[in-house]
Design a protein around this ligand. Sequence first.
Ligand SMILES: C[S@@+](CC[C@H](N)C(=O)[O-])C[C@H]1O[C@@H](n2cnc3c(N)ncnc32)[C@H](O)[C@@H]1O
Length: 462
Amino acid sequence: MSNHMFSVQQFYVTWRRICCKSKKLTPVALNWLWSSNCHAGSRVVSLQSNQKGTSNKQVTKRPKKESSSCQAVLNHFDQQYSEELGDLWPSARHVLLDPPSWQYGVMLNRFSTVTDITQILQSQGFSTLLPQTNISVLLCNDPSMVSHSKYHEGKDTLLSSDYINKRPPDNSLPQPGQDPQSEPSLSLPRPSLQCYIHPSPLRFPSQAHRPGQLKQYYLLNAASLLPVLALQVRDGEKVLDLCSAPGGKALAIMQSATPVLLCCNEPDPHRRDWLAKTLESFLPHSLNSRVIVSSQDGRSFGQSEAGVYDKVLVDAPCSNDRSWLYSCSNQQGEQRLKERARLPVLQAQLLRSALSAVRPGGIVVYSTCTLSSFENCAVIETALSDFPEAEPEDLWEEIAVPLSKYFAFSSHPGHGQTPHKPSLKPQNGTVSSYQHRLGILVVPQPGKTWGPMFLSRIRRRK
Ligand SMILES: C[S@@+](CC[C@H](N)C(=O)[O-])C[C@H]1O[C@@H](n2cnc3c(N)ncnc32)[C@H](O)[C@@H]1O
């Protein structure tokens, strides 16, 4: 047996070739292929193969360490975050400067008919992130299912996917996609947001776009799912994803429920093309009338579609600490830092627009992938001061506590408040409930490298 190094693309070509030859071979072939070695933290999959003609020349190198980070951005982060995060910053800094330690989540696509991926993931030591918690794994609007569920928690309909998957089919119950009013029913698999994670930085290969075939999974930072969980989308709702490209959270919404409308908005034309391609690669044509792409400036929705939506996600344009740290030059880094100072104004405008676009009683989730309090709590405080009918909700007990095994959370001090050293674990009395209500922050830490991700949920009073 000869030893070959495969690029990710070659891996998939070989995989498909073997799978196409014999259906019976599929699980065996996949296991055989996958039982070969995946380098931790690398973009390269190394396989032991006796296939003829499967040589490898394309090897994607690991991203470099601290040397390739941008000094101007790092200096700025050091100054701001050591003050805002205290003891958490040195360990967060260490993770951000060490791309080979980064973990990747694998979100399954419920619309793909190929299902063996779960076995492969499990055989490689991946495990599901969500069913082990009683957090909203499945969001469902069927009260008869709730009354049977030991996971029922008050006003929210929280069900474990284990419970749902084992439950015998009951045709008297509304099916996913069946609108409570007059919509014709869609035959779709049950909503199920499933994400597999690995304790080490093992990167599953991404799938190439194949016309006419839906992709089986989407690679993402698992912390990106938290804003979607906080949004609590239910079947039949109208949802607006205000800043949507490239579409990761839109896909997660479509895994967790079947809204009657999901409007994915993206004003940047190139990013909108990317978004359209993502949606096409993961969603069946039967959803085309429900999942639409719009191209407005998000700040205009509050006026043009006031009170229309049940749920609005504002995954705002932000500093993106992970990628900004790797700006290609000091000049680009400095340019970005100037841009950074202007972002909170745009973010607050987008959040205000979202609060106007949501109906009374509906909810808005605001999220960013930066640690900066100026783009997080300060934006929430600004928007709340203009919106007396908007009420922030506490996500600490609902999301941070049940998921603290996987993510390192910090309650984030608001701008202008006395900075404190946040604790990773919730400790009664150390963090005020006001701070909890403003939002929660996922801080990358060794072994829990997910984030940065800030999320805040605001309900518009009736
Ligand atoms: C953080 S990204 C969104 C990521 C996306 N939600 C996902 O999960 O894949 C922010 C997006 O906001 C878009 N954006 C920038 N300015 C905007 C505006 N005024 N209105 C709406 N979107 C805007 C950016 O082009 C960018 O694609």
